[in-house]
Design a protein. Structure first.
Length: 147
């Protein structure tokens, strides 16, 4: 793999960080593959992984478009379970940051300005995992649940 960073795909370090936090390789759309006799990884479409046996190291990778698609559109935070009262924090992002905030601009998370949107989104997924928001995938939809 060349040394030039690709700002539209998670780096191997970012991919390892996401998998270490429990994000499923099933949600990835790309894969890094490293031959047993090479130092570096090569990026491929995920479906190509079946062409490589277990002697190759495989690491899921996510495109920027896939990560944007996986971000929850809002976070539903219960204030009082007995009264079923909750607050919705809507997803907002720009070129360098991700934020979850209410219509009144009360913020539950802000990535701060990063070098790229990809960095901000990876940091958002880290925050989600560290704060008990677990990603669930089923046949019909994706959703986040606070655990």
């Amino acid at each position: 793999m060349n040394d030039k960073p690709n700002y539209s795909v998670t780096s191997t370090e970012q991919s390892k960080r996401l998998t270490d936090l429990g994000y499923s390789a099933e949600t990835a759309d790309l894969i890094y593959i490293k031959p047993p006799y090479f130092k570096g990884y090569h990026l491929f479409k995920k479906e190509w992984a079946k062409n490589y046996d277990d002697s190759y190291t495989k690491l899921p990778a996510w495109s920027l478009a896939r990560l944007i698609d996986l971000l929850p559109e809002y976070l539903d935070v219960a204030l009082d379970e007995m009264a079923e009262d909750c607050v919705f924090y809507d997803l907002r992002f720009d070129k360098y940051s991700v934020t979850y905030a209410t219509a009144e601009n009360k913020t539950i998370f802000a990535s701060g300005d990063k070098h790229t949107l990809l960095e901000a989104i990876v940091d958002t997924f880290v925050w989600l995992a560290e704060n008990g928001w677990k990603f669930k995938v089923d046949e019909n939809a994706s959703m986040y649940l606070k655990t």
